[in-house]
Every structure is written in structure tokens, then in C-alpha cells.
Write a protein that binds this ligand. Structure first.
Ligand SMILES: [Fe+2]
Ligand SMILES: [Fe+2]
Length: 304
């Protein structure tokens, strides 16, 4: 593919999420999987799966319901190791004919645990991932451009003072249990032209503002929108306020939120963005087009 090719359209389907519409043909679960169908200016196309949801059963059902074959998928990007984003991976890797590249942070398979409400493993459980050779699995700490206009952030620098690591997430490193810091959290940035950048985040464990700051470096023309989980359900009021102010500065348009954003987070986003804050349900399809006057079109919103 030519380096000068421009990305002209991205159809973003919420393949799996926590929020169930009334009706619709897809299943929901506590998890996230986002299907991104891309088109370039020469009419070439590509399909990226961002996270795999919590289970192979739901992923299989929802891909089939949307007419997507495993063979259609070109890239699988894992936002981070947590099971609600990687639980469908083992099923995906077991399917015959899959040729997709998997892109992750190199520490995605570290032993990570949550101490609340009881001590339990929250890492990736996919023996097949460890068995993938370098031709199928790209592990990167640095940003990489997968194809023209499509960036994977790599490790996101922690620069904002108010976005701190969560003490209840711990990792066994060199025989010592220590605060994890969730270093593997990464985002996808789509360069849709001047002011039209779109950022996909899984849970924004790196912090939504750190995430957007990193994406801004990759998409210098400016960011329009953030879509994904913002993990603000337990955020303190001061953090919500700082987050809202910074989001407004970094995004030309708005936010499409769901998964772990939480009621408190979505209330802040409503107050900050008004009608330019949308919430997503399983089955929603959002279209972003290069140079289009509307920031996003809702293509096939599930019955609510
Ligand atoms: Fe999550
Ligand atoms: Fe998570």
C-alpha cells in the first residue's frame, strides 16, 4: 500500500459492549470489542478488530451476525490484557484461515491481578497468543503506523498529574508484587485529515488525557473524537473536572463513550460536550468520513 494513500472512511461497529439495546441481533457482555472497517482514497479496504470482548462465544456470534468472517480481519489490536478485552482471543486464534496480525504491547502477558473485592487474575488467558511467531504478532512499545492513516500508540507516556496508577491493580515482577501501572494500555488513532483524527480507547487505563496527548503526536492535523471506555466510574470530582476541561481542549468535536466510563463519567461528558457526547450500545455503527461536514454519522443504531 502506498504511503501517500489517504484514509477516507472508517465505519466503526460496537461489536460487543456492556450496554444492551432493546432488540438487535448482537449479544452483550461485560467487555468491549470494536470492528473498524476502513477505506482509502484508491478504494482499497481493510478490517481492524480492536479488542475481542470477554468470550469467544459472544465474539463468534456477533461476527457471524454481522457477516464478518475471521478471514476478513487484517489486524487485531489488543488495547490491554484485561479479560473483558482479550477473552475472545483464544477462539479467534483457533479459527482456520485467520491470517490477521496481532498487535500488542510487549508486556501484555505479564502476571497481573486485582486485589478487590478478592485477589484474582485479570491478565490474558490465551496459550495460542504465546505460540504466535513474529510474523503474526507485533509487540511494540513505540507507536507504529500499521497502514497509511492507522496508528497504534504503543506505550502511552504518563504526563498528567491527575491521571494516576490504580493501587488495586498489581503485578508480579522479579518476585515482588507491586503496583502494575497498566503499561500495556494502548490506543488506535485514525488520521482522517485536518482536524478529523479519531482515537479508539479500550478502558483508557493510561488516562484519557494521556491517551489523547499521545494520539495528538501521531495525528498532527488535530483530533475530532474519542471513542471507547474512559474508566471514570469511580473518579473523584476534581479528576472529573480536570478531565472534562482537558478533553474540551484536545477534541474538536466530541466523545462517544461506553464500557467502563460509568455514570459519573458520562454525566461529566454530557455537561462538557452536550449533544456532542454520545453513548454507545452493542450494535451501533458510527461512520467517520474525511472532510465530511458532520463529525459522525450514526449508520445503523440498534433499536433502543
Ligand atoms: Fe474493560
Ligand atoms: Fe481494563
Amino acid at each position: 500500500m502506498e504511503a501517500s494513500l489517504e484514509l477516507v472512511c472508517a465505519d466503526i461497529t460496537i461489536l460487543t459492549s456492556n450496554r444492551t439495546p432493546q432488540g438487535g441481533d448482537l449479544r452483550s457482555e461485560h467487555g468491549l470489542s470494536i470492528l473498524v472497517e476502513l477505506e482509502w482514497c484508491d478504494e482499497s479496504t481493510g478490517t481492524l478488530l480492536f479488542d475481542t470482548g470477554a468470550s469467544g462465544q459472544v465474539l463468534e456470534h456477533n461476527l457471524r451476525a454481522r457477516g464478518i468472517l475471521v478471514q476478513d480481519i487484517d489486524w487485531v489490536v489488543l488495547s490491554h490484557c484485561h479479560g473483558d478485552h482479550t477473552g475472545g482471543l483464544e477462539w479467534l486464534l483457533s479459527q482456520p484461515g485467520g491470517q490477521f496480525l496481532v498487535i500488542t504491547h510487549p508486556e501484555i502477558t505479564r502476571p497481573v491481578y486485582k486485589t478487590e473485592p478478592d485477589f484474582h487474575f485479570v491478565g490474558v488467558e490465551s496459550p495460542s497468543l504465546r505460540g504466535l511467531g513474529p510474523g503474526r504478532w507485533i509487540q511494540t512499545r513505540s507507536p507504529i503506523q500499521l497502514v497509511p492513516g492507522v496508528w497504534v500508540s504503543g506505550e502511552i507516556p504518563r504526563v498528567m498529574e491527575f491521571e494516576r496508577p490504580r493501587p488495586q491493580m498489581v503485578c508480579l515482577r522479579d518476585g515482588v508484587m507491586q503496583t502494575d501501572g497498566e503499561p500495556d494500555d494502548l490506543a488506535v488513532a485514525l488520521d482522517m485529515g485536518n482536524g478529523g483524527g479519531v482515537v479508539l480507547a479500550g478502558c483508557s487505563h493510561a488516562g484519557p488525557i494521556n491517551t489523547l496527548a499521545a494520539a495528538s503526536e501521531l495525528v498532527p492535523g488535530g483530533l475530532a473524537a474519542l471513542l471507547g471506555g474512559l474508566h471514570l466510574y469511580d473518579a473523584e470530582a476534581a479528576v472529573l473536572e480536570d478531565t472534562g476541561r482537558s478533553l474540551k481542549n484536545l477534541l474538536g468535536e466530541g466523545v462517544i463513550s461506553g464500557h467502563c466510563t460509568g455514570v459519573r463519567g458520562e454525566g461529566m461528558l454530557d455537561a462538557t460536550f452536550g449533544e456532542r457526547h454520545l453513548t454507545f450500545y452493542t450494535g451501533d455503527v458510527w461512520r467517520f468520513r474525511r472532510g465530511a461536514p458532520d463529525w459522525v454519522e450514526a449508520l445503523a443504531v440498534s433499536p433502543r
